[in-house]
Design a protein around this ligand. Structure first.
Ligand code: ATP
Length: 341
């Protein structure tokens, strides 16, 4: 470890301490994560989930693992260095983020997740502290709990952070899917608007109570499988009607509210995937894409374009092509970003 000169400690997590350090071979600043437990064999180190996942995943929105070193039974991960994490960004924020800023964060998180899920991994512990930020670039970090999508259940060693924990995990489902990451994305999206957590449970039971107080208690109609999970009897204590999300998150557009609502569905099967989320109207607000001139259905005059078919289902993820006129005309106040999705 002579190669790295520690500058200062920047993180103290469950599994390791993270230091900002100077790499004297490359003249770069790096982040060195020193694992808290001791290791006695190299095989033990390279079989760690964090190492296995990060060696395979190479994406601009996933933090890069530059190397792994073992010395005196201590294991060090060398990562690209990031300035801060999204938790710090939210905590230090005095005024709400604009929807444009939120969209830019979310696109990157979702692009990282699409890549990860398509490569057969899910993260299992997404939270603002695990989203690292440098100059508005967001990268997903801390793969200590990452799982291969195809690894076999039961997943009993699961210990993710409570506030972002999906209901199927709280109710002890024996198998779960990348949809648990999508629940966390919904909670993080809401938090970016309000700057405070959507479900800040103090215990596991309180976590379920907090979720019920927002979404309303689940029943067979919204989540049939959920009603038979080992701990679902805990839900019977709470008979709570749903709140209107737009009252809880008054600064969010209808598109954002709809996306949060879909991501935070009780039933994991009803949550959009990361890829589907990127196609949600929230990411297309104000985006005008002209149709080809030979398209006979394209309205030729401003007059005909001014009458959108408002009865269309805006929020479904159907296979119908987007009605871009409609998207434009329904959300005049919002953002005009263009995203590479
Ligand atoms: N590459 C990096 N660049 C800058 N800071 C980092 C980097 N990696 C981690 N950190 C900081 O260190 C903190 C802890 O890192 P990490 O989450 O990897 O550790 P952990 O022990 O697995 O934590 P947890 O308790 O979340 O499981 C992060 O929240 C972040 O603030």
């Amino acid at each position: 470890m002579e190669r790295y000169k520690v500058i200062r400690e920047i993180g103290d997590g469950t599994c390791g301490n993270v230091f900002r350090a100077y790499d004297i071979e490359t003249n770069e600043i790096v982040a060195v994560k020193k694992m808290k437990r001791k290791f006695y064999h190299w095989e033990e180190c390279i079989s760690l989930r964090e190492v296995k996942a990060l060696q395979k995943l190479n994406h601009p929105n996933i933090v890069m693992l530059k190397g792994v070193t073992m010395e005196n039974h201590e294991l060090f991960f060398i990562f690209e260095h990031m300035e801060c994490n999204l938790y710090d960004v939210i905590r230090e924020r005095r005024a709400p983020f604009s929807e444009e800023e939120i969209r830019k964060f979310m696109v990157q998180i979702l692009q990282g997740l699409v890549y990860m899920h398509n490569n057969g991994y899910f993260h299992r512990d997404l939270k603002p502290e695990n989203l690292l930020v440098t100059n508005n670039i967001v990268k997903i970090a801390d793969f200590g709990l990452a799982r291969e999508v195809c690894s076999s259940p039961p997943y009993t060693d699961y210990v993710s952070t409570r506030w972002y924990r999906a209901p199927e995990v709280l109710l002890q489902a024996s198998a779960y899917t990348p949809a648990i990451d999508m629940w966390a994305v919904g909670a993080i999206l809401a938090e970016l608007f309000t700057l405070s957590p959507l479900f800040p449970g103090e215990t596991e039971t309180d976590q379920l109570y907090k979720i019920c107080s927002v979404l309303g208690s689940p029943d067979h109609s919204v989540w049939p499988e959920g009603m038979n999970l080992p701990r679902s009897n805990r839900l019977q204590f709470f008979q709570i009607p749903p709140r209107n999300l737009w009252e809880l998150i008054p600064n969010a557009s209808l598109e954002a509210i709809d996306l949060i609502q879909q991501l935070c569905s009780w039933d994991p099967k009803r949550r959009p995937t990361a890829e589907q989320s990127l196609h949600h109207p929230f990411f297309n607000v104000g985006k005008w894409v002209p149709r080809p001139l030979h398209d006979a259905s394209y309205p030729r005059t401003n007059e005909s374009r001014a009458s959108p078919r408002l009865e269309l289902n805006l929020w479904g993820f159907g296979t119908e092509p987007d009605d871009l006129d409609l998207t434009l005309s329904l959300k005049p106040s919002s953002v005009t970003g263009d995203y590479n999705i």
